[in-house]
Design a protein around this ligand. Structure first.
Ligand code: HEC
Length: 440
């Protein structure tokens, strides 16, 4: 399949967008105090402030100035803030979009190109107040979590092979309850350095996925990875917890040169007692491979796999998962009438960021029964890939980060035929380039 990734070399795209960003604000004097600080407060400080995992704070002029060149490079290539979706195809409205607008990029570029001046300190916005690290992000919206479940701790030695830590923890409920949101994190900032990702599988007394119902079973409650910290389910939608349920953790850790001991913790926000949402959503692995993977040295490779929706369903999000050679991933819907729709395309995947792209309420696609979901991954095992530890190495399928894999995590919510009909009536194909929501 020809792709943008193959047709349009990245450097061409970047030169072009760098040029257009710079051209826009030709005659405006841009200062840190007046123009740049508000953008950094809004889009960067969440991660770039003292005591967080990011390499530097961007809270003051003194802290930011030495990084001016690096900031320009990262924002023009749209690597920072980490949001790696192609802005020209597929669904474009998300609940958690942290990307910069074109104007914000133009402002930053202009500021750096004009010598990164402070300007008049009187123009500086008041410093932004951040909650202490220990507060849960979603508590603002939902109040304190109903409970917090912690895994047993593990000590990752200074050196050695990757480890998969798989303890289990009971969920303290005595009756069926519905989850409206989950949030997850390593127990400490140090723990973030060794934790590649962490799965919280839900293990409870109900049948699992079968050949007839590949999306069945309790599924996964949550996956944590840098870039993905929480999941909020849509109104009237949730995950079901049954009495006796437990979390089976699967925490992928790697050594970072010093021993670090940490655990993983999961906050659960419930619907009020007795409230039963109409829809059940399940975090589903949609593979882009058929189990094997063959990436020769110094080459690009592509894999693809297909998944049939046996009921009408809403797809809530798209979260590509690959390892060091991961380059790009797309998710498409092949409708029963044969039309193909690009849902999302992450064109510059970066292994450091397992971003979760949560569709906005009015844009999450509702697809008819019989739709085929096609997930495609591209891998770059050449020197062009900065994350590549060894382009001369053959790479196959496996769990270690030096091995490769490709799949998307998608919350799939089965809906009724009636729901699908109502959605289809409101979103006729002619209304948008893709037939989903508004035109691009
Ligand atoms: C979600 C958290 C997050 C947000 C939001 C974010 N960053 Fe980052 N940033 C990081 C982390 C973590 C790293 C180190 C890992 C990496 O390079 O991907 C980083 C790396 C960087 C680097 C490279 C530093 C180096 O060592 O060379 C720059 C420059 C940068 N960020 C600038 C920005 C700017 C400017 C913004 C806002 C417009 C921003 N970041 C928003 C987390 C974030």
């Amino acid at each position: 399949m020809p792709t943008k990734f193959q047709v349009l070399p990245l450097s061409v795209a970047l030169t072009f967008s760098g040029f257009s960003f710079a051209a826009k604000l030709e005659n405006k004097a841009v200062t840190f105090a007046k123009d740049v600080a508000p953008i950094l407060q809004e889009k960067c400080e969440e991660c770039h402030r003292l005591g967080t995992a990011a390499p530097m704070s961007l809270a003051t002029y003194q802290e930011t100035r030495p990084w001016a060149k690096a900031i320009k490079e990262r924002v023009v290539t749209r690597n920072m803030p980490p949001w790696h979706i192609d802005k020209t195809v597929g669904i474009q409205h998300f609940q958690n979009d942290r990307s910069l607008t074109d104007d914000q990029i133009a402002t930053i570029v202009r500021w750096v190109d004009s010598g990164a001046p402070l300007g008049d300190a009187k123009d500086l916005p008041a410093p932004k107040q951040w909650p202490r690290e220990e507060t849960w992000q979603l508590s603002k919206q939902f109040g304190e979590p109903d409970f917090v479940i912690k895994s047993e701790a593990y000590t990752m030695p200074a050196h050695g092979q990757d480890v998969w830590w798989k303890p289990a923890t009971a969920i303290p409920i005595t009756e069926a309850r519905w989850v409206r949101a989950v949030e997850m994190r390593p127990g400490s900032t140090a723990g973030r350095r060794i934790t590649h990702h962490a799965l919280a599988r839900l293990d409870q007394d109900e049948p699992g996925a079968t050949d007839e119902d590949p999306l069945g079973g309790p599924g996964l409650l949550m996956e944590w990875a840098i870039g993905k910290q929480f999941d909020i389910y849509r109104p009237n939608t949730g995950k079901l917890l049954l009495p006796g349920a437990q979390i089976r953790w699967d925490v992928h850790m790697h050594a970072v040169g010093e021993p670090i001991r940490d655990h993983v913790e999961l906050a659960i926000y419930l619907y009020p007692k007795g409230e039963v949402p109409k829809y059940r959503t399940r975090l589903t692995l949609m593979a882009a491979t058929t189990g094997t993977l063959d990436i020769p040295p110094n080459s690009l490779a592509q894999t693809q796999a297909f998944h049939v929706l046996r009921e009408p369903a809403r797809l809530e999000n798209f979260q590509p998962h690959m390892h060091l050679r991961g380059k790009a991933m797309s998710i498409e819907a092949i409708l029963p009438n044969g039309m193909t729709r690009m849902l999302s395309y992450v064109d510059h995947f970066n292994f450091n960021w397992m971003n979760n792209y949560i569709y906005a309420d009015d844009e999450a696609p509702v697809l008819p029964k019989g739709t085929i979901i096609r997930v495609t991954s591209w891998y770059d095992n050449t020197t062009a890939n900065r994350n590549n530890p060894d382009p001369n190495q053959w790479v196959g399928y496996g769990d270690r980060t030096v091995d490769e894999m490709g799949h998307a995590w998608v919350n799939v919510t089965n809906v009724t035929e009636q729901d699908y009909k109502e959605y289809a009536a409101k979103h006729p194909p002619a209304a948008g380039a893709y037939g989903f929501g508004r035109a691009r």
